[in-house]
Ligand binder design. Structure first.
Ligand code: SF4
Length: 345
């Protein structure tokens, strides 16, 4: 067993053990876990301080049960699934749901309905059907391996999936979405990096939400991935009480760049049942973006993204900079709140 597998095997998952370690009430913990599983490995446990950002994201909370808002599948992913495990929402890209397991179960997860209940990976026959579908649809040029966390699979299986996708001529790029660089950086072994390196162009999307998640171990994992030649991007979720302020996000963006990870998306939380306590209003999200844009390197600023309810797809949101338009004359408000006029052609 590799080190990361040993750490995973030592994860706290039962109400008694979780409540005991975290100083919480086991009965309350059990009620949340009946509906939404949790998993905290020893590395993650070391990052948790009471009510801190990692605690809020990983420790089960009674609020999850009291939430009367939201839906189980607000993005209607199931509607856009032509074969099991595949989501085809946009013409030229698909998402392949390869596993429902993660190194830790984020309390705000969009796929709260699916993750962690039992160990489920894509069955070989479903994988074959997904590959056949991608082969048949020649417009598909971008495939995202997602879940759950694809890096929770053994190297052998990851290699099998990547090889199969790489054998399809029209698949130009492959993306791997993973939260493990935060929750179990030990998973980013030199062998895994060698394996991923063989299947370029490969984009690896990390998921860090707070600068405190960028520990010495996580930074080293990012460096190993960067040294393997992967293009690294980060997707964050804007979470109330975790990172919903410009100072935290500015620091996160700047620290990510130091380890060659480019902030890519900052998601407005989806309206998922059991996650209302994390939701941030759009108005506030736009205000935060205004405090970021121009106040740090553009490279450190992610796009603010709203995934439309009902399966409408992703939409970038930007603060309003146009103050007035008269004919070909535009007046803009800049990042310092000063007005400037631009004469258009
Ligand atoms: S790692 Fe990703 S898929 Fe897994 S629980 Fe967290 S947000 Fe959801």
């Amino acid at each position: 067993m590799e080190k990361w597998q040993k750490l995973l095997a030592q994860s706290l998952t039962s109400p008694d053990k979780l409540a005991g370690k975290l100083g919480l009430e086991p009965g309350e913990m059990a009620r949340v876990l009946e509906q939404y599983p949790a998993r905290i490995n020893p590395y993650l446990l070391g990052l948790i301080s009471r009510s801190g950002p990692v605690w809020r994201q990983c420790v089960p909370d009674q609020k999850e049960l009291k939430d009367g808002h939201g839906q189980t599948d607000p993005l209607k992913e199931e509607k856009y699934s032509p074969v099991k495990g595949l989501i085809h929402r946009y013409p030229d890209r698909v998402l392949l749901y390869v596993s429902n397991v993660c190194a830790s179960y984020c309390r705000f997860c969009t796929r709260k309905r699916q993750i962690g209940f039992e160990y489920v990976t894509l069955k070989p026959k479903d994988f074959r059907a997904a590959i056949a579908y991608i082969k048949k649809h020649q417009r598909i040029r971008d495939v995202i391996l997602s879940g759950g966390d694809p890096l929770m699979l053994e190297d052998r299986l990851i290699e099998k999936y990547l090889k199969a996708l790489r054998s399809i001529g029209h698949v130009e790029i492959i993306r791997v979405d993973t939260r493990a660089v935060f929750s179990l950086p030990q998973r980013i072994t030199p062998q895994l990096c060698r394996l991923l390196k063989k299947h370029q162009p490969l984009y690896l999307m990390t998921h860090f939400n707070h600068p405190k998640e960028l520990t010495k171990e996580a930074r080293a994992a990012c460096r190993r991935l960067g040294d393997a030649g992967l293009v690294l991007g980060n997707q964050s979720v804007l979470l109330k009480g975790v990172n919903d302020d410009a100072r935290t996000l500015k620091q996160l963006g700047e620290e990510l760049l130091k380890v060659r990870v480019r902030p890519y998306y900052l998601y407005i939380p989806d309206a998922v049942k059991g996650t209302y306590h994390f939701r941030v209003p759009i108005r506030r999200a736009l205000k935060i973006m205004r405090q970021l844009i121009g106040h740090t390197s553009g490279l450190a600023v992610p796009k603010l993204i709203l995934d439309l309810e009902g399966g409408g797809g992703k939409l970038p949101l930007t603060p309003k900079y146009v103050v007035r338009k008269r004919g070909k004359e535009y007046t803009f408000r800049n990042f310092e709140d000063r007005k400037f006029t631009y004469h258009d052609v």
